[in-house]
Design a protein around this ligand. Structure first.
Ligand code: CO
Length: 130
């Protein structure tokens, strides 16, 4: 569905994708619950999601801190038809989840994260689009 990239400065990152690469920026939104400001950049059949932390305590700020103060790819998202069903299916198969209940994702999506320990080190988002 998309690749999530943690950035320090969303406006600066947007400028690179729009002005340098000529890509279209869409759906900018603050998701308070996750302490992020995000936007989406359609790219072929997928999208790039840029995420800037709105707080030093947020998961994106923590990711950048743990990543040696560097921006970079933070998660990969796959689209699912029904996120509740996907969570139930994975739990039944013994897959470790971060979210056992769906949460709100940007653009009105319903999302849940799978634990990186279950995926070979990738933070994997399940995304049901509205
Ligand atoms: Co995402």
């Amino acid at each position: 569905d998309h690749i999530g990239i943690a950035v320090k400065d969303l406006d600066q990152a947007k400028k690179f994708y729009s002005d340098m690469l000529g890509m279209e920026i869409m759906g900018e939104e603050v998701v308070e619950e996750q302490k992020v400001r995000v936007c989406f950049i359609p790219c072929g059949d997928s999208e790039i999601e840029l995420l800037e932390s709105t707080s030093p305590e947020g998961p994106i700020a923590k990711f950048i801190e743990k990543n040696g103060d560097k921006e970079g790819i933070q998660h990969i998202a796959v689209r699912v038809d029904n996120v509740e069903a996907a969570i139930a299916d994975l739990k039944e198969k013994g897959v470790r989840m971060i979210d056992e209940q769906p949460r709100y994702g940007a653009g009105g999506a319903k999302i849940a994260f799978v634990h990186p320990k279950a995926t070979g080190g990738i933070l994997l988002e399940l995304s049901e689009r509205a």
